[in-house]
Design a binder for this molecule. Structure first.
Ligand code: NAD
Length: 340
């Protein structure tokens, strides 16, 4: 009989992850402070737990997937929390993206109560969570990872042991610095090309056929070309992740000039001049609504975002101006994967 898993936090990521564990045959006790979130899982055979404490009480392994450090501290350490219900020997797999220092503090408190903890943040988004192909970055003891491995292999396709407690969160901070930075410079490159007369689909094809090739354009290119700016990963979580990265950089004595760029702060890109926090500025520039603001000639005009509406102005902005040379065509080699 598989070990029972207590699963806490059934949001964008947690719900599909818990569903995969249920499908893999694990008995599940699930909890979210929004009671409706558990409904689909209960229909699939999971047990509803009224609190984090109840979810932990009968479980050998507890997984948490919560927004931020204060949520994790409340759910694990608080009254009615995981440590109030967990038996000694329980393994807590904390998969939220939180500050490394918070992860280490919670792990130390858990250890005092005989509960082992791994930090195991993920990359891959809701699609990776649904497909069970997340990249999982683990910090903690090797023997705890060995015990968690069968559970983590249901959730992820890549599993990396990064070091001691907190090391998984350091790896995730590095990942977020890279993702936000790449999205930011992609926005600049695409706007530069479009404003200087290149067709964006051709430009994406060329970028993806050359040294600048990136999976982020595979993921976001088709939506950009379709002018679909539906947010995926939220600005709130992106800001939180960059705050964690900047704090981690300060703690390690490492300046992160591209994550906290003063030139973006001052606004030479012509956007977000009213924002005063650099991390917020970059976060907003680094996701699709930010790309929309960067690529639209009239940033305050939101007519394109009414349901069913088209915005000829924005589409026109991305076409070559009259009298310019004809647009480049996508490179043959890249045509199949060029964001369209
Ligand atoms: P979410 O906001 O969709 O889900 C969080 C869930 O936690 C919600 O259902 C909320 O009700 C629940 N919750 C919050 N506080 C609670 C409490 N005290 N008790 C019980 N339940 C509580 O967030 P998400 O997108 O699923 O992200 C979860 C974590 O994963 C975050 O740390 C995020 O940064 C990280 N992450 C998200 C993505 C993504 O694409 N969404 C990708 C990688 C990593």
């Amino acid at each position: 009989m598989a070990e029972q898993i207590g699963f806490i936090g059934l949001g964008v990521m947690g719900l599909p992850m818990a569903r995969n564990l249920r499908r893999a045959g694990y008995p599940l006790a699930v909890h979210d402070r929004a009671p409706g979130r558990a409904r689909a899982l209960i229909a699939a055979g999971a047990t509803a737990a009224a609190s984090a404490r109840a979810a932990a009480a009968g479980s050998e392994v507890v997984v948490t997937m919560l927004p931020d450090g204060p949520d994790v501290e409340a759910v694990v350490l608080g009254p009615g929390g995981v440590l109030a219900g967990a038996r000694p020997g329980t393994l807590l797999v904390e998969m939220s993206t939180i500050a490394p220092a918070v992860a280490r503090r919670v792990a130390a408190e858990a250890a005092r109560r005989g509960v082992r903890m791994l930090d195991a943040p993920v990359s891959g988004g809701a699609a990776g969570a649904a497909a069970g192909t997340l990249a999982i970055m683990v910090g903690g003891a090797a023997e705890d990872l060995a015990r968690a491995r069968p559970v983590l292999e249901v959730l992820g396709g890549t599993l990396a042991h990064c070091g001691a407690s907190g090391a998984g969160q350091v790896a995730k901070a590095c990942n977020q610095v890279a993702v936000a930075g790449i999205l930011g410079v992609l926005a600049e490159a695409l706007v530069l090309g479009a404003r200087a007369g290149l067709a964006p689909e051709a430009l994406i094809g060329l970028l993806q056929g050359g040294a600048a090739r990136t999976r982020l354009l595979d993921l976001h290119g088709p939506a950009l070309l379709a002018r679909d700016f539906t947010p995926g990963f939220t600005v709130r979580l992106q800001r939180k992740d960059l705050r964690i990265a900047l704090e981690t950089g300060r703690g390690a004595g490492v300046p992160l000039p591209l994550t906290e760029p003063p030139e973006v702060h001052r606004g030479p890109l012509g956007v977000n001049r009213r924002l005063h926090r650099p991390a917020e500025t970059l976060a907003r520039n680094s996701i699709r609504p930010g790309l929309r603001r960067l690529s639209a000639r009239r940033p305050r005009d939101d007519r394109a975002h009414r349901p069913g509406a088209t915005w000829p102005g924005a589409l026109h902005d991305l076409s070559p101006p009259p009298g310019r040379p004809p647009p480049l065509r996508p490179a043959r080699a890249a045509a199949g994967n060029a964001g369209g």
